[in-house]
Design a protein around this ligand. Structure first.
Ligand SMILES: [Zn+2]
Length: 54
């Protein structure tokens, strides 16, 4: 189930293609903005990053 981050609607979420990273792009038909419901995690998990910095 995809939830619009702008209006929290789960209905009328239309697929509009993909990002360069390959994530699904959706567009809410209640609110004319495109968004990525599940952005791909970039780089390392936060815990590994903390270890690298310390
Ligand atoms: Zn919306």
């Amino acid at each position: 189930m995809n939830i619009c981050p702008h209006c929290q609607e789960t209905t009328r979420q239309v697929k509009v293609g993909r990002t360069k990273a390959g994530s699904q792009r959706l567009q809410c038909q209640h609110y004319p903005r495109r968004y990525t419901p599940q952005p791909k995690q970039q780089g390392y998990p936060e815990q590994m990053r903390q270890q690298a910095l310390s």
